[in-house]
Design a protein around this ligand. Sequence first.
Ligand SMILES: NC(=O)c1ccc[n+]([C@@H]2O[C@H](COP(=O)([O-])OP(=O)(O)OC[C@H]3O[C@@H](n4cnc5c(N)ncnc54)[C@H](OP(=O)(O)O)[C@@H]3O)[C@@H](O)[C@H]2O)c1
Length: 316
Amino acid sequence: MSGKKIIAVVGATGAQGGGLVRAILNDPSSGFAVRALTRKVDSDKGKELAKLGAEVVAADLDDVESLKRAFAGAHGAFLLTNFWEHFSAEKEFAQAKNMAQAAKHAGVQHVIWSTLEDTRRWVPLSDNRMPTLKGRYKVEHFDAKGEADHLFTELGVPTTFLLTSFYWENLIFFGLGPKKGPDGKLALTYPMGDKKLPGIAVDDIGKSALAIFKKGKEFIGKTVGIAGEHLTGAQMAAALTKALGQEVRYNDVPPEVYRKFGFPGAEDLGNMFQFKRDFQEVFCGPRNPAIARGLNPSLQDFDTWLAQNKSRIPLT
Ligand SMILES: NC(=O)c1ccc[n+]([C@@H]2O[C@H](COP(=O)([O-])OP(=O)(O)OC[C@H]3O[C@@H](n4cnc5c(N)ncnc54)[C@H](OP(=O)(O)O)[C@@H]3O)[C@@H](O)[C@H]2O)c1
C-alpha cells in the first residue's frame, strides 16, 4: 500500500461505497488505496473488505471526531448518507455537516459528495402539485442532500458533487422490481407515465467515482451526473420481458395512487417519481450516459445489466 494515495470510503459496506471499493481494489495501477469506513469493523462485511485488501476503520457519521480520525492522512473521500436507515432528512443534513467539517479538518484534497437535487428549487413548498412532507420537504431523501451541498462549498472543501441515478439493483433489493398481480402476470409499477427514468448499475457508480478521483482537479467544484441509460417504464418492461423470457407489463399509476401504497417511504418515493416525470429535462439533462461512458468505458446499459443480474430479481 505504501506510496498510494488513500481514498476514505463512507458506505464501504454498502452499494455505492462498495462499488468504489471494488473499483479501486480491482485497479492496482490506480495509485489509490482504500480506507473503508464502517461502524462495525468486526462485521462479516467489514472482515471481507479487510480480506480484499482494504484498510477497515471505525467511524460513525453521527460522530465528527471519529470522522476526523478516519479522514486523517487521506487524499480523497467518497461521502454519502443513508436516508433509508432512519428516514430523517435532518439527520442526513447533520451527517453531511459532520463529514464536511471532518474533511476540512483533515485537509482532504478531493471529496466526492454523493448528492441529489434539492427538489424545492423547482417545486417550492407552496406548490401543491405534490404534498409537502414533514412540513419541510418535497422529496425527503433528495432535498437535504442537495441542501447540504453548500456546506462543502462554504468550508472550502475541494468537492465534486456526484448526481447518481436509480440503481437497477433496486429491482433486486429495494422492492421495486416486477411483481405478480392478481392475474398472476408480472408488472413493473412506477408512476412515471411515458417519461424516462435514468438508471445505473451500482458498480458503475463506483467506477465513475474512481475515474473522477483519477482526473482530480478538473472535477473539483463541478457537478457530475451519471446514468447507464434513460428508459421509460414501458422500455424497462420490454427489456425485462426479453431477458426473463416471460411477459412483464408496465403498470403506470398516478403518483397520488403510488403515494398511498402504504409501505415506509411510499409518499417520498411517489414524490420522487413525480419529480422525475414532471421535470424530465431538469433530471435527465445532467445525467448524460455519454459523459458517464467517457469516465467509465465499461458502463453498462440495462440489457447488459439484465444479462448479468436477471436471475437475482425476485419474481413474486
Ligand atoms: N437506491 C437508489 O436508487 C439510490 C439512487 C441514488 C441515491 N441513493 C441514495 O443512496 C444512499 C444509500 O447509499 P447506499 O445505497 O450505497 O447504501 P446501503 O447499501 O444501504 O448501505 C448503507 C451504508 O451506509 C453506511 N452508513 C449508514 N449510516 C452510517 C453511519 N451513521 N456511520 C457510518 N456509516 C454509515 C453503512 O455502513 P455500516 O453499516 O457498515 O456502518 C453502509 O455501508 C441513500 O441516502 C439514497 O438516498 C439511492
